[in-house]
Every structure is written in structure tokens, then in C-alpha cells.
Design a protein around this ligand. Structure first.
Ligand code: B12
Length: 229
């Protein structure tokens, strides 16, 4: 009996070790900016049954955060950041397939989304788009570096239930202010959510958005709530 128990415990430990090891290797691949290795360890992590959300939060976002810190500390330079971006992109492309399983349900609402003008970061926004599509929302993605006037033009055309503005840089906050001001001054009634690691309750209030999200999963919940109202 004790032997069986020890055996089960051994297998359990091995699985946990495998899980930790695989996520650590994936994080390192992101930091090294190695897309092939990143793909290898995303696939391995999926194979051993690690949930997509864990893969994203415990390896990919951690790697992105560490790369950002190294950049701030002048240990990494723009080419390093570019390589890290490529590795994040490669890793998230695979996750998107798992996240956007075709939804048979009818549309839950129309969402217009884009990264604000002056900001080309679009990996996180594209990930949020994949999740939302998988959950049955109709998405119009304007891409990155989107001028306020373009958000306005498209909002008038499609009358979305919600508009999502993405931005990863501090200077993107003022563009969000400008975009929201323009939309509201032209009487666009859609709910507005802003997303990105730089945001806070205070900046959200300053921007005049209905809500904000520093994290995609939290953002998805908030979008559901905003669209219900
Ligand atoms: C990869 C990367 C790049 C890539 C971007 C590739 C691409 N196509 O996106 C490249 C190399 C091109 C790049 C360029 C630059 N970058 Co850069 N970059 C990063 C890095 C390392 C990772 C970003 C990333 O992809 N994260 C992974 C994704 C999955 O997470 P995410 O984007 O945060 O998205 C999540 C949430 O924010 C949220 N979310 C995002 N959008 C939305 C929208 C909605 C509606 C919702 C609900 C949620 C939501 O959900 C997502 C999932 O959880 C960050 C560091 C960091 N900590 O973020 C720096 C970082 C953002 N970059 C930075 C800088 C300074 C730059 C440059 C100015 C560098 C330079 N000297 O040129 C340029 C910017 C050029 C420009 N005009 O935009 C700074 C910004 C600092 C600041 N506070 O202003 C950071 C924070 C690095 C740092 N610590 O200094 N970068």
C-alpha cells in the first residue's frame, strides 16, 4: 500500500517538475528571443496539459515583463526587445488557435478595437481579440498606430457595443484621452474600455473610459459586464 502511494506521489512530482520545467524553458526562450524554442515549449506545455491561461501568465507574460525590466536597466537594447517580440508572437500564435475555437453561438455584440496612435505594440491586443472571437463577439480590429479619427470613422460606420483601446506606453495615455474625447464629442455612445499594463484606476478616470484592464483575462470579464449593461 505504502509502495503504491509512494509511486503515485512520484508520478505526481514528476508531472509538477515537468510543468515547472516546461514553463521555465518557455520563459527563457522568450527572454532569449528564440521563436523556435518558444514554439517547442508552448507545444510541450500544451501536451502535458498545462492550461492556456497558465502558459500565458506564468511563462509568456513573465518573460515579457523580465525583458522589459532588462530594457529599462540598459541590459537589453531595441534589437533584444525585437527578438523577444518575435518569440512572444510565435508563442501566442499557437495559443490563439486554442483560444479561438469556433463559436456556434450567435453574436454577443460588436467590438471595435485597436492600439492607439503612436503605439505599435499589438501582441496583447491581438490575443484579446482571439479570446473574444472564440467567445462569440464580432470583432473589427483596426490594428496598431490607429489615429483617433479612424476610431471615430469606423465607430460611426459599425455602431459597436464596445470600443477597446490598447496602449503599452506611458505616452499612449494622452492619445487615449484624445481618442475618447473625440468619440464622446461626436456623440458615440459605445462603452469604452482601455487596456495595457500602464493603466490604473486614476489614468482610466482621466481618459474618461468606462473601465480599464491591465490584464487580458480581467479585461474579458469587464467587457462581458460592460456589454450586459
Ligand atoms: C515586445 C515589445 C516590443 C515589440 C512590440 C512588437 C509588437 N508587434 O507588439 C517592439 C520591439 C516592436 C517594441 C518597440 C518599442 N517598445 Co516595447 N515592449 C515590448 C515588451 C517587451 C513586451 C510587450 C508584449 O508583447 N507583451 C506580451 C503581451 C501578451 O502582453 P500585453 O501587450 O501587456 O497585453 C496584455 C494586457 O496588457 C492586456 N491588453 C492589451 N491591450 C488590451 C486591450 C484591451 C481592450 C484589453 C481589455 C486588454 C488589453 O491583455 C493582454 C493579455 O494579458 C514590453 C514590456 C512589457 N512589460 O510589456 C516593452 C515595452 C512596452 N516597450 C517599451 C518601449 C519604450 C518601446 C519603444 C519606445 C522602444 C524604442 N526605443 O523604440 C518601442 C515603441 C515603438 C512605438 N512607437 O510603439 C516600454 C514602454 C515604457 C513606457 N512605460 O512607456 C516597455 C514597457 C519596456 C520597458 N519596460 O521599458 N516593444
Amino acid at each position: 500500500m505504502i509502495k503504491i502511494f509512494k509511486g503515485i506521489k512520484g508520478i505526481y512530482n514528476l508531472l509538477i517538475m515537468n510543468e515547472e520545467e516546461s514553463l521555465e524553458q518557455l520563459k527563457n526562450a522568450i527572454l532569449e528571443g528564440n521563436p523556435n524554442k518558444a514554439i517547442e515549449f508552448v507545444e510541450k506545455s500544451i501536451k502535458i496539459g498545462i492550461p492556456v491561461k497558465e502558459i500565458l501568465n506564468r511563462a509568456i507574460l513573465k518573460g515579457a515583463e523580465e525583458a522589459g525590466k532588462l530594457y529599462e536597466e540598459d541590459e537589453y537594447f531595441l534589437p533584444d526587445l525585437l527578438m523577444t517580440g518575435d518569440a512572444i508572437n510565435a508563442a501566442t500564435e499557437i495559443l490563439k488557435n486554442s483560444l479561438s475555437g469556433k463559436s456556434e453561438i450567435e453574436s454577443k455584440g460588436i467590438i471595435l478595437i485597436g492600439t492607439v496612435e503612436g503605439d505599435i505594440h499589438d501582441i496583447g491586443k491581438s490575443l484579446v481579440v482571439s479570446i473574444l472571437r472564440g467567445q462569440g463577439f464580432e470583432i473589427v480590429d483596426l490594428g496598431s498606430d490607429v489615429p483617433p479619427e479612424e476610431f471615430l470613422r469606423k465607430a460611426k460606420e459599425i455602431n459597436p457595443n464596445l470600443i477597446g483601446l490598447s496602449g503599452l506606453m506611458t505616452m499612449s495615455i494622452s492619445k487615449m484621452v484624445e481618442t475618447v474625447n473625440l468619440l464622446r464629442s461626436e456623440n458615440i455612445q459605445s462603452r469604452i474600455i482601455v487596456g495595457g499594463g500602464i493603466l490604473s484606476k486614476e489614468s482610466c478616470e482621466m481618459i474618461g473610459a468606462d473601465d480599464f484592464a491591465k490584464d487580458g483575462w480581467e479585461g474579458i470579464k469587464k467587457i462581458h459586464n460592460l456589454i450586459k449593461i
